[in-house]
Design a protein around this ligand. Sequence first.
Ligand code: ADP
Length: 467
Amino acid sequence: MKMTGTLRFRLTAWYSLALATVLLVFGALLYAVVHHHLLHHHDEPLRASAYTILKIIDETDDCHVLTDRQIEQLGKVGKLALIHESQGERQVFFDSPELSGSPLEPVLTELPLKHPTTLQFEALERDGAFWRVLSLPYQVRSGRRGVIRVVEDMGDIKETLKALRMGLLILAPIGVFASSLGGYWLAGKALAPVERITDLAQEIEASSLHRRLPHPGKDSEIGRLVETLNRMFGRLDASFESMKRFTADASHELRTPLATMRNAIDITLKRHHTPEEHEATLKTLGIEVDRLNGIVEDLLLLARADSGRLVVNMEPVRLDQILAAQVEAFWEQAEASGIDLQVRSTEAVTIIGNERWLHLMIGNLLGNALKFTPSRGEIIARVGIADGEANLTISDSGPGIPPGDLEKVFDRFFRSDPARSNARLPGTGLGLAIAAWISSIHGAEILAANRPEGGAVFTVRFGHRPS
Ligand code: ADP
């Protein structure tokens, strides 16, 4: 992985960018505030001086000729120049001692007035020197007009601002660089457990899915990540195990009919047989082929159901009519076995469902009941509505289901011991797994129980209200 693509690098880059932006904004604001404050600090005394001067020269009508007292007073005010204006012509008529002979004097004379009636501040730069200039236009009683200009050397302010600028320009990048290094180190430290977990998770393979990642022991993001990964490994382990069990069970179930067929063929080939014997062998082979076919079909159906590729159309269907049709289909078989098969429902029950799969589910339940119920037993099938829910029950007077197996009967390939050991009871252990799947696509719940008087009872509760 390229270093620039790592989370560590990207975290540091974002963090440094954010810090640089903050420093830039903060630096610019700081500079603006200091700049404003320093200028303002100088502007107040300049303004005070300007008004003092205005008061001094206002004492005479014609300020063109200043009295000695005024000249003395003006000389104490500071750096200033008094400029007369007459028909656009400007002429200095007083310089403070600090300004007389200064190269600044002609500049001040020429400096235009942006606002001819109000006070204004300006910055002036001449020969590497910086000045702050206040201009205050005036008009004395005689009508004569002019402008008072007070100036202050700003060299120190410029120096201070320059030092501040340099400081910010040098220190900010150093700060960003130093904190980026720190950030990179911190990000590395924070992400180290993730690296460790990645390495450990990589070591866990299909053959070692039982392994778990060590918990860091803290209720942190990493702790939660480890818990989530461990839960995922748990689920993978369980489904891997069930897949292995399923494959083993499926091969076992397929082997039995194949072995029977192999056996029948071997016996047939060993010696000469009469046509009747051949016919009997072919009948055996036919039964086993049917059995194999049944297993393969059931397996295919479950595999397609697992993959979610099976499209199941739902529409309003009459559950009572489907039950009646299935009972009818098993009628002959029940009579031949001496079993009393009854339907005990009177009401019409409509649900949203799939007719084909509901036929299969009820057929599987009735088929089991017939298989396990001895002669002279009874099977009662009914559909009804209780508490607004449609339900279906099929109960029989057979041996029932061992209590410990009630939960397991819906597992694939599960057959309880009595059923397995009784060779007269054919089966693969897939019928109820298929019934459970059909019940689930209907949003229904299927339950196995035993009747108090003996025998098994299967109930399917359809959760939605029948229409
Ligand atoms: P199969 O009937 O092919 O063995 P199922 O999935 O239909 O497979 O049933 C699984 C197991 O549940 C059966 O082997 C049996 O042990 C038990 N079982 C199902 N229905 C009944 C029933 N009506 N009475 C007693 N046991 C039953």
